[in-house]
Design a protein around this ligand. Structure first.
Ligand code: ZN
Length: 201
């Protein structure tokens, strides 16, 4: 199983980090060891002082495919949830400055957090995601604001990576990313439904 992630898929988030709006999807991977065990707290790694939350709409792939055409993309979607792509922003900035790959800043243990899965078939309409930190709304987004819609993301990534049953796709984060500290409580929602609660330590 692999975890594919999209960077900068919302204009407002690309701008808040001072990045240009991409002309094709920004793609990176996390190893399967990045998945945080359900109901475990997230532990801030000792080598970072700036771990950011990125709430994202996550879909699970239901069958094998390569060179998938956008019009058939939805038939490869099995289920959906909301997740958090934890990012060591301090390390990522250093790696980016030096033109180095992001993996250590994005794929470390526990950096992929998943909510409860909503089984398919899922609505091909728009979906809203939100993240609360200690009871305050910090991130809110809607897939209607994607720079690249899901069909295009699946078509694009499947030109490079064969999609397999059980693979995950993190679809990018809206504006409002920010740091977490020990003791914080995060709660993530999909279409208004709470699917993920997480304690930071
Ligand atoms: Zn992300």
């Amino acid at each position: 199983m692999k975890i594919l992630c999209i960077g900068r898929n919302y204009r407002d988030h690309a701008m808040e980090l001072g990045n240009t709006v991409p002309t094709e999807p920004v793609v990176f991977c996390k190893p399967d060891s990045a998945i945080l065990q359900p109901n475990f707290p997230f532990t801030i790694p000792p080598w970072s002082n700036d771990i950011h939350h990125e709430v994202e709409w996550v879909i699970k792939i239901g069958r094998v495919g390569k060179f998938i055409e956008p019009e058939f993309a939805w038939s490869y979607v099995d289920s959906m949830t909301v997740g958090i792509d934890f990012t060591a922003r301090d390390l990522q900035s250093k790696l980016k400055e030096n033109g180095l790959p992001w993996e250590k800043a994005k794929g470390f243990d526990g950096s992929a957090v998943l909510g409860t899965w909503i089984p398919g078939p899922i609505s091909q309409g728009h979906h809203s995601i939100a993240l609360e930190k200690n009871g305050h709304l910090v991130q809110a987004g809607n897939t209607v604001d994607f720079i690249f819609p899901l069909e295009e993301l699946i078509a694009h990534v499947s030109q490079y990576f064969t999609l397999k049953t059980g693979d995950l796709l993190f679809t990018g984060t809206p504006a409002g990313v920010g740091p977490v500290s020990p003791g914080d409580e995060l709660e993530a929602k999909l279409d208004g439904k709470s699917l993920l609660r997480l304690r930071i330590r």
